[in-house]
Design a protein around this ligand. Sequence first.
Ligand SMILES: C[S@@+](CC[C@H](N)C(=O)[O-])C[C@H]1O[C@@H](n2cnc3c(N)ncnc32)[C@H](O)[C@@H]1O
Length: 204
Amino acid sequence: MSLAMWNQRFADAGERFVFGEAPSHFVESQAPRLPAGSQILSVADGEGRNSVYLAGLGHTVHAVEFSPVALDKARLLAKRQGVAVRFEQADVLTWDWPEGCYDAVLAVFIQFASPDERRGLFRRLAAALRPGGRLLLHGYTPQQLAYGTGGPPCAENMYTEALLREAFGSLEILELRTYEQHLSEGAGHSGRSALIDLVARRPA
Ligand SMILES: C[S@@+](CC[C@H](N)C(=O)[O-])C[C@H]1O[C@@H](n2cnc3c(N)ncnc32)[C@H](O)[C@@H]1O
């Protein structure tokens, strides 16, 4: 989807949050394992549900997102919850990525990237981690196309365990899990879903 289409999608929702205001269950389940006061990068952060939640736990969060409409909503969510997040508007496919500095990099439903785009994007995710830092990646498997309850209708943008194992071969894989679950994350992710989680650490 183009930037104009994402803006339209977020604007059409009015005051509602397309993916809800609560963090993803994956982020919530991984949060207790993050060291206190972590430096976290949230990639394609959307309307801020994950970055705001993590900032509320005391982490320092840098959230990058290309839709100004989503960012306005994210700023509102942060204000309402009384937390500070460093929001930055950028296209992550062309962004000048920081390297080697985050305790955690969050990539939750970033399946807008085609296989070609994904190669560079995945390299950047891994390179942004400091040694010992964790990548937290959450998305859909190809089975999701049968459910149609969220994500793009493009099989090639989905992830399998083999694909992630190969793409993140430079990292130590701590968890890699394919499963199905009912999601209720706003209107955007709603219903039975085919999911995949990866938690991986950059070697110290
Ligand atoms: C499915 S949403 C997920 C948002 C958020 N990670 C979450 O889980 O709530 C995908 C997000 O990627 C953003 N996005 C798409 N292409 C992008 C790009 N090239 N650079 C930065 N953000 C992008 C969209 O605007 C949208 O907010």
